[in-house]
Structure formats: structure tokens, C-alpha cells
Design a protein around this ligand. Sequence first.
Ligand code: PSZ
Length: 500
Amino acid sequence: MASSLLSRQLAFCLQNNLRLSAPASRYVSKVAPKAQMDFEYDGPSMKTQVPGPRSQALTKQLGEIQNVAAINFFCNYEESRGNYLVDVDGNRMLDVYTQISSIPIGYNHPSLLQVMANPSNLSAFVNRPALGILPPESFPDKLSESLMSVAPRGMSRVQTMACGSCSNENAYKAIFIWYRNKERGHGEPSELELESCMVNQTPGCPELSILSFMGGFHGRTMGCLATTHSKAIHKVDIPSFDWPSAPFPTLKYPLAEHERENAQEEARCLEETEDLIVKWRQKGKPVAGIIIEPIQAEGGDNHASPSFFKGLREIAAKHGAAFHVDEVQTGGGSTGKFWAHEHWGLDDPADIVSFSKKLLTGGFYMKNELQSEKAYRIFNTWMGDPSKNLYLCEVLNVIRRENLLDEVTRSGHALLTGLTELQNQYPLILSRARGQGTFCAITVCNEATRNKLIQMTRNKGALLGGCGDTSIRFRPSLVFKEHHVHMFLNIFSDVMARMK
Ligand code: PSZ
């Protein structure tokens, strides 16, 4: 029966919780029962090619109602477990992509099922509030316990949002409001500003800009899209802002072997960035903020060194622009630190840090000064979802309890070592193995071969994703252990042997 595993587990949790706690009692995280924790499949199991017949039928059915061009296959989330995603044709695959990097601790983690089964949490799932006006009693505590307990250095405030784009979009607004307040000397907007903004004109809608980097991805909503430069298909046909886009360094890997050349390339990019800031000020569209990913993900897993980010941070400060670090994909532990920007070792790394994906709720941290003072300036109906904070509390408990950041560092080392070996074995096909923690990637000789490799690997039982034009990205969850790495590398090297 399709839902047997999940319903068995939920029943187990419900029974335990109902016995252990009175309905109104405060929930205290407990180590999940050993028998539950240990439950994971022992490997992939393939029954059909993917997508199989059931997936194909469902794709056809959904195609009557939606565009299905991007659908890979349909999933059986009830039977999925830990690192394994099960599809509707009964194929069980080792998931090294995890829903575009957004499953923090694997599928159906027993600790998360317990959150769901705890009676005192039920109202959070049933009644989704308009958080900006009517938050639940537990909201301040839960924010402290979850998001604020992992707040990046220097960040004293957090605003939750729905998704990554929504977070960046609102962070840009916070930046513009902060910038105009500074310019105005914190006075009130003039009558002229209030009138002109109503018809999208200056001075109410000022000519300000956000500087972003070529190859960057910050979302697909209208403001975010103006800062996204990974693929033309994301942008074509959509009106946009005249905002500056700076070159992102194109580095040689392994980074440690090309330090001198890479430093020169980074210096060139920093210089051009500063030139653009000056040019846009002269154009009358000053740069109010700079946004960057610690590792450009969607755009091809492009890395830069801590000294590049330090230089950029200094340029932002020098020109009075807010420095916004987009940790939507890198945040949550997969680089071996909770925030990828911690690898830079800066005392004052950012003014704004946005997140989503593995954090389960979207949102952004900010410094005090970026908090807008008036009501309804940064606002929407939901402003996040408190049930996601409950899950996040538990995800963080699991990360701490199981030392998952250390595990990620260990697994990541094994993964990058294995990829480097494969690249040495197949130098005509694979190159530029790179990564931090398990946030790894490898470049393939061309796009068609890349796509074929991903497909063949999937049919052998491991799920991967592409990034950039010709790269493969590895985005397992934080419970991807060394033995999963070796299982994956065995599959991948079998596939490579067939590619020759
Ligand atoms: O094709 C897509 O829309 C994709 S593929 C990967 C993403 C989106 N990532 C989302 C993302 C991100 O990686 C970074 C660094 N910033 C913002 C976003 C946008 O997040 P969502 O998709 O939640 O709006």
C-alpha cells in the first residue's frame, strides 16, 4: 500500500506522544527512538527506467491542466526515507539533489514526524496566521529558538517570508527604504514624493539600483530577476531595471593550485565592480545595495576566495551600499558551516543575509539599522509560516545532536576526493571538481554529455542536478554520510565506465 510506511510511523509517534504528554504540555525535543532513527533503506532499487509508466501517465494527466515540461517524475513521498526518494513506479533512488537543495535532514525524519504528531503543535498546522498582524503566543520564543539561535554574526533582527525570491525581493525594499532614509536625514517623505510614487515616477520612486553579478541567481520575481543573470530563458520577455551587473571571477580549480592567477582575476572583478558603482552614480542611479551568493549555485557552482568577499564588503561600505549575502542555497549547513559566509572569517560579513530552502521558511536577517520603522512597509499576508519554525527548531536540534556539520565536512571530503579521482580517470569528460562540504560540483565536456550523465545515473539509482551550462551539482541533505558517498561514487563510476 502506497502510504504504509509513513502512516505506520505517524501512528507510532502519535501513540507515543499521546501517552507521554498531556495535550497542553510544552514540547521538549527528545532523541527519536533508536529503532526509528536507524531505519533507512540499504541502497537504491530500480524497477523501471525513470520516468516509468506510472510517472508518464501522471505527467500526461497533469499536462491537461499545467505546463509539465520541467517534470522529471512523480514521487511517493510516503515511502521515501532518509537519503532515498521513491517514485510512483517503485524506484528507490539515492537523492544527491534533494529537491533543489531544500531537504535538510532527509525524507520523513522521525524527529520531524514527532513534531507533526505532537498535539500541542496541531493548531500551528491547522491555522495559518497573518503573522504581521496576529502572531501566535509562541512566535517570539520559537523565532529565538530557531532562526535567532543560528543568526549570522552581527545580525540582530530577522524577518520571515515565504520563499527565496520573496525574501530577496523584500530585502531589496528594506535596502531602498534604508538608503532613502539616510539621504533624507530620517525625515518624512515630501508631498511630492508621496504623489509621484503613486504613478511610478521620481522622486517618490527613486532611481536607485542593486548591483549584482553575472552568473548570479537571486530569484524570478520582477525585482529579483533584475539581479539574476544565470540563464537568458529566465529573463527574456520580462521588462527589467537598468541596474549594474559586475563580472564574477572565473577561477581555476583546484583553487589552492592557482592562487596567484585567481587572485589577479578577483582583483580585476573588484576593480570593475567599483567602476560600475561610480558609473551608475554618475548616471543618477546610485547603487543602494550589492547582492552576491557565497558560491554561485544555479549559475554553475562558481567559487571565489574569502579575500574577494572581503574586498567586496569593503567596497560596499566605502560607497554606502548595503551588502546583501544571498544564502538561499548555501545556507543551512551543506558547506560544512551553517552559513557559507562564515568561511570568509570576517568580523562584519554582511548587512543582510537572506535564506530559504533548508531553513524551511524563507526570510532575511538584517542589522538593526536596516529595520524599517513604520508599519506595513515590509509586509504581506503570511509573512512566513510559524509551522515551518516548529520544524526548523527540530531540524536544528537534530543538526546539533548528531553533529551534522562535522558529518558534512567528512562526507564532503570523501565526495570531492572521489570526484577528483574520477576526473583524473576521465580527463576528456570531467574537469574542475570543486566544492565546500558536500556543496560540490564537476564540469562535463558539453551540455549533451552532462544531461546524458545525469539521466544514466538516475536510471542506475542516484539523483543529480545540473547547474550552469555544463556542470553537475551535488546537493545531498545533511544526513548524507560517508557510506552514502561511496555508494554514489560506485554508481557514478559505473556510469562513467559506460560513457567511454
Ligand atoms: O530554476 C529555478 O527557479 C531555480 S533552480 C535553483 C533555484 C531556483 N534556487 C533558488 C534561489 C537561489 O538558489 C538563490 C541563491 N537565491 C534565490 C533563490 C530563489 O528562491 P526561490 O526559488 O525559493 O524563490
